[in-house]
Design a protein around this ligand. Structure first.
Ligand SMILES: [Zn+2]
Length: 113
């Protein structure tokens, strides 16, 4: 039984599962089924993705302004690719400062033209 919960919920971020669990404890009379937790997580994700992403529908990569990173759990701008999404830091492996530095270098090069 525990393995069924693990199998269904392992693809979601731990903090999302925990939050859905808390909600379910308040909302449901009986211990929540995995499908009920998935519904709560999906609703949260839909609510969070209220703003349009910055890419066409058929693009393999999308950028969302206000979603929870699947790696670190922070809410912010995330890059979606292959049914998962990550913040800029997790996606690139760079800190915010390093990303800003790289961006500054790129714009310096552009100024040369
Ligand atoms: Zn992240």
């Amino acid at each position: 039984m525990v393995s069924a919960y693990y199998y269904v919920l392992k693809k979601y971020h731990e903090s999302d599962v925990q939050e859905a669990g808390y909600q379910a404890m308040e909302k449901y009379k009986y211990f929540p089924k995995p499908s009920e937790l998935v519904s709560l997580i999906a609703k949260k994700q839909a609510d969070t993705q209220y703003e349009a992403n910055f890419a066409p529908d058929n693009s393999p990569v999308k950028i969302w302004p206000n979603v929870r990173c699947r790696i670190c759990g922070k809410i912010g701008m995330c890059i979606q690719e292959d049914d998962t999404w990550q913040c800029r830091q997790c996606y690139t492996g760079l800190t915010n400062e390093e990303i800003a530095d790289r961006w500054e270098q790129a714009t310096e090069k552009l100024r040369g033209f």
